[in-house]
Write a protein that binds this ligand. Structure first.
Ligand SMILES: CC(C)(COP(=O)(O)OP(=O)(O)OC[C@H]1O[C@@H](n2cnc3c(N)ncnc32)[C@H](O)[C@@H]1OP(=O)(O)O)[C@@H](O)C(=O)NCCC(=O)NCCS
Length: 347
């Protein structure tokens, strides 16, 4: 009979071996590089240690649920929550109810259980457990060059034709526009970002608390990926930020706008940040900028800045237990602020 309890440091090797069997060698190596940062160094990790549950049978580890604890603002109330990230069950023990036991254990111990961009099997598991799903987090793309609209599945002549036909339109949306406010790159989030969160965080139906401690851990300290951060300042105080990185993808170069934050009513501020990212993306020779964002107000400003809706399969699920929410709360994520910087989506 399997038993589930919290992770102990002596489990590390057994968990690494299981990870390799379930996800493969490359994924296991990548996970090993970021493990300590992801599960131990997050400022929200409780004194009792990483928020990871381990399924054991005697001495053998047969499953785990590793989660990332966060503070979550829900309609203005801040509660403990956790992103469910690395859930796995030994291949020979799958489809016997262990995954369900692990999810229930996690859920019982957090104020809100959150999931983003799950695999097919864990998405099936959440569906079976009737986890409320908000559907895919909307994706938007801003084309910067003719190559931006190419698709890997289209043959080369079609891609060339699309590039040629769309060139005037791409030039129009990519043209430089004047910026307002002081935007500059930073290497550390100072305490004025905590004050920004304190002012603005309660405006969202749901959002992870983005204070300076969290932001420094999430975007400055990762050992495996380097982010650029642009900050908007007004009279010395932070009024917003944008986190991005440029990568080579199969059909061209993309700047990924991983996360951003400001008062959604601060249209000038948000547009200034987006213009700064435009320039950075152009300087990096990117063909497009891609962003994932739930909030309807932010998406309106992204559209105004030249972004267009794109296909997304990054599903978002959440169950709130610590505070009461009505059924209508789960019908739309338009008031949430969820981005690709949440959970462990970008690594
Ligand atoms: C996801 C996982 C942990 C589920 O563990 P499990 O012990 O098999 O889960 P359970 O036996 O409790 O299954 C519960 C339900 O999950 C769903 N499910 C499980 N495996 C599935 C699969 N391969 N495809 C679709 N649905 C699946 C089914 O609805 C299942 O109910 P059913 O068996 O009555 O049809 C396990 O499949 C796993 O390790 N998968 C590979 C790793 C992975 O993808 N992790 C998620 C990363 S986001």
């Amino acid at each position: 009979m399997a038993e589930i309890d919290r992770y102990r440091s002596e489990d590390q090797r057994a968990i690494q071996l299981l990870y390799r069997r379930v996800f493969g060698q490359d994924a296991a190596e990548a996970s090993r590089l970021r493990w300590e940062w992801q599960y131990q160094r997050n400022p929200n990790v409780p004194a009792s240690g990483p928020l990871i549950w381990v399924a054991r049978e005697g001495q053998t580890v047969i499953g785990q649920y590793a989660t990332i604890p966060v503070r979550l603002s829900v309609n203005g109330a801040e509660i403990d929550a956790a992103w469910g990230t690395d859930v796995m069950v030994a291949p020979e023990r799958q489809r016997q109810g262990l995954g369900e036991m692990l999810v229930r254990m996690w859920e019982r111990n957090v104020g809100a259980a959150l999931g983003l961009g799950m695999s097919e099997s864990s998405s099936g598991l959440f569906r079976k457990l009737r986890f409320p799903s908000f559907g895919p987090v909307p994706c938007l793309v801003k084309p910067l060059s003719r190559r931006a609209l190419r698709r890997p599945t289209w043959p080369v002549p079609i891609n060339r034709l699309v590039s040629a036909l769309t060139f005037p339109f791409v030039r129009l949306v990519a043209r430089a526009r004047p910026m307002q406010g002081e935007v500059r790159t930073i290497r550390r989030f100072d305490e004025s970002f905590t004050r920004l969160w304190e002012r603005v965080g309660s405006e969202f139906a749901g959002a992870v608390r983005r204070d300076a401690n969290y932001l420094n851990w999430r975007y400055i300290q990762p050992p495996h990926v380097r982010y650029s951060v642009a900050a908007l300042y007004r009279e010395g105080d932070a009024a917003g930020y944008a986190v991005y990185r440029s990568v080579q993808e199969p059909r061209g170069r993309a700047t990924r706008l991983i996360d951003f934050f400001a008062d959604p009513h601060d249209e000038d501020g948000v547009l200034s940040l987006l213009r700064f990212v435009d320039r950075e993306a152009q300087a990096a020779d990117s063909d497009k900028i891609r962003v994932f964002a739930t909030h309807a107000g932010f998406r309106r400003l992204l559209r105004k800045s030249g972004y267009y809706p794109w296909r997304s399969n990054m599903e978002f699920v959440a169950r709130i237990n610590a505070v009461n929410v009505d059924a209508a709360f789960y019908t739309s994520a338009d008031g949430w602020h969820i981005t690709a910087g949440d959970s462990d989506q970008d690594h």
